[in-house]
Design a protein around this ligand. Structure first.
Ligand SMILES: Cc1ncc(COP(=O)(O)O)c(C=O)c1O
Length: 415
């Protein structure tokens, strides 16, 4: 299966060559610290000229993380394109907890958020005119990146009852594929607490989707930043089913640590990571080393058990927010809209009963003191949408009902 990935690579990816300077510096970074090498190779600046000595970060618990000595030196300097060893080792443990299928070889690269991860992945596999299947509705930046590559996006609808990409729709799309048309290369989905639909793809649907993907020889981009905010049934990453090395998993620290650090991970077959690394090494060079150092120090302090407790606490927070907004929606909007109660993440996706196009009420709602994103932003085809997305992450619990009241009154006003 190892070389199987090569046929999916874009022409742009295959033209990418390793950066000769990075090859030498990555080799030097892999040597034991006591190896006596006087490097006249990389143009790294002299650490003695850096004005910074150490960093001390205070946690909300009152404890401190001190970045000093070797960790500080690594944080201040250029570093490995794939990411620093400390944070990669920790994320290796997190991936292990996901019980990935033991078969295929995988590698993880640190990315500048899941956003840059998906940018690298799409550039590595999509050529102009290639077809990409996307769960519809979809996270807009994924769609915009794909459009910019001039790819052909084919939407796959969500299951109308349980939500999440519908395996039957996927099967039907692929079985009815016009013989003269180039087959799709990849399926993109956001399987847990989908942005925007809030849906979880249930376990039996995950298995079925993976089976279909194998049958039709596709890759899967599993864009899963809400995986750790699942207050529904526990769910497995697609890595768990991935006996054939088809899954490209994107993780994000934005929702479980903070978005400002811009940290994420891509776990995929090593052949794909090699080409992503080549792209990275001529664009960002590496993800911010200070962010990596602070995150690694934090994870080292809390360990994997502490990480699980931390994500459970976050999950409880969002579950509380979900409960409050759903009870407000039940109270004030059940005559105006329908929705599936989200079981993960931070979004609820409303379908208006009597409005064909929610973009018309967005401005009025803002004038009335409440903001939302109209559904048309998340739809693969350029059509009006009766949906709208509410994010319940930011508004304080005691103001969520007021937000729903303002929304309901804007909708009534617009009728
Ligand atoms: C589905 C999805 N993918 C990716 C991202 C971006 O994540 P990051 O902040 O790690 O770049 C988001 C953020 O909202 C998201 O909802």
């Amino acid at each position: 299966m190892a070389d199987h990935i090569l046929k999916f690579l874009s022409r742009t990816a295959l033209r990418r060559e390793p950066s000769p300077i990075r090859v030498i510096s990555n080799y030097l970074l892999s040597l034991p610290p006591d190896k006596d090498v006087l490097s006249l190779a990389a143009g790294a600046p002299a650490p003695s000229t850096f004005p910074l000595q150490s960093v001390s970060v205070t946690l909300k618990s009152g404890e401190t993380l001190n970045i000093e000595g070797d960790a500080m030196a690594a944080a201040l300097q250029y570093n490995r394109t794939v990411g620093q060893v400390g944070i990669l080792n920790f994320w290796g443990k997190v991936i292990e907890e996901m019980q990935p299928h033991p078969g295929p070889e995988r590698q993880t690269i640190v990315t500048t958020g899941a956003e840059f991860g998906s940018y690298l992945v799409l550039n590595a596999i999509i050529d102009e005119g290639d077809t990409i299947l996307m769960s519809d509705p979809v996270y807009p930046p994924m769609l915009l990146k794909t459009k910019a590559l001039n790819a052909n996006v084919v939407p796959v609808a969500e299951d109308s009852e349980v939500g999440g990409l519908c395996p039957k729709q996927l099967q039907a799309t692929l079985e009815n594929w016009p013989p003269a048309k180039k087959k799709p290369k990849v399926l993109v989905l956001c399987p847990t607490g989908s942005n925007p639909s809030g849906a979880n793809i249930p376990e039996d649907h995950r298995k079925e989707i993976y089976r279909i993907v194998c049958e039709h020889d596709l890759l899967i981009i599993e864009d899963d930043p809400y995986y750790f905010i699942n207050y529904g049934k526990s769910l497995k990453s697609f890595l768990h089913y991935d006996g054939e090395g088809r899954v490209i998993r994107l993780d994000s620290l934005s929702k479980i640590l903070c978005p400002g650090f811009r940290l994420g991970f891509c776990t995929a077959p090593p052949q794909l990571i090699t080409y992503m690394e080549r792209h990275y090494s001529v664009s960002l060079l590496n993800t911010c080393n200070m962010s990596q150092a602070i995150a690694a120090a934090y994870f080292e302090k809390i360990g994997i058990e502490g990480f699980n407790q931390h994500t459970q606490q976050i999950t409880q927070y969002y579950k509380g927010q979900r409960d409050v907004i759903i009870s407000a929606l039940d109270k004030h909007m059940s005559d105006l809209a329908t929705w599936i109660v989200p079981e993960a993440g931070m979004f609820v996706w409303l379908k208006m009963k009597n409005i064909e196009d929610t973009s018309g009420i967005a401005k009025l709602a803002m004038d009335n003191g409440v903001a939302f994103v109209p559904g048309e932003a998340f739809i693969t085809e350029n059509v009006k949408s009766p949906y709208l997305r509410l994010a319940f992450s930011l508004v304080p619990e005691d103001k969520l009902e007021e937000a729903v009241i303002r929304l309901a009154s804007s909708i009534r006003q617009s009728a």
